[in-house]
Design a protein around this ligand. Sequence first.
Ligand code: PLP
Ligand code: COI
Length: 340
Amino acid sequence: MNNTDIDWSNLGFGYVPTDYNVRCHFRDGKWGEIEVSTSDKIDMHIAATALHYGQEVFEGLKAFRGKDDKIRIFRLEENAKRIRSSACGLMMEPVPVELFKEMVLKVVELNARFVPPYGTGASLYIRPIELGMTAQIGVKPASEYVFIIMVSPVGPYFKSGFKPTNICIMREFDRVAPQGTGRWKVGGNYAASLSAGEKAHSLGYSAVLYLDPKEKRYLDECGPANFYAIKDGVYVTPASDSILPSITNDSLMTIARHNGIKVEQRHVTVDELEHVDEAAACGTAAVASPVGEIDDLDTGKKYVISKDGKPGPVTTMLYNTLRGIQNGDIEDIFGWNTIL
Ligand code: PLP
Ligand code: COI
């Protein structure tokens, strides 16, 4: 039942208030009870480490309503593990996997009326965050943390939906350092991506295709998403220490292999874009967003990927299979859904 006045089919990727969020504090060396809150505010110390030194990690996952009206949460366990890895990267207290799962299930159940109806293309975006809460001025890890999960119904990340958009390469900005925080989902990476992202948007591009920050020779990732290309029938995606290990990319690689498509996770040079048949940005928000053209703003080179302005056949198959599994229309043979 969805008794809200939300126009589900026209939702963008933005914040829509819901009824509840859930919270849990780490104090005196242990996690406390799960709290349910109706407030979308938090009370924190002005000297908290999250505010001064960026001790903040987050996640993004989605819940979908099926034709059978059941709610499916996609790859809960993988997101639980990744936020632990991110937290360890910033010397924060990792949230136990079971606590993460319990809180996600609780917040989705409490906000079930905000899980968009089947067939609208929308989903419930689940955003867990963890913050360092200890008040201190010295640069060292906090001893107190809060873990919060908020949710918001969302539509497609790129306004065009499943249609090719253009992206660009620029060498003047790096999002992360070579052995830095790129492999973790930390707020600071996104702060560092804003200048490049805003410049790209102002030039009419949907995202920046970052190069590896050391040599600027290899492809890294695509704004808030991983990148893959289909080249001679092979699914090729960058291997890099400075990108987030995308759970969507992992899912698409699994689907590709299952369909007899060879997968290569390796260094991919910029020049290789010359011989690419399809490309896409992939992530929880982006799903698989096809790329039309990639413009290298430094060399002036334009790599036209989609010649007819349509998504390619492999990307269409991967997208439909992934969305089909998420919605419950296609059998979940990989065991990715947690059904509420
Ligand atoms: N890379 C970055 C920088 C991201 O922000 C995201 C989004 O979560 C991804 C990749 C894709 O990861 P996932 O598929 O796990 O959502
Ligand atoms: C996601 O795909 O879940 C993301 O976190 C991307 C984003 C920062 C909107």
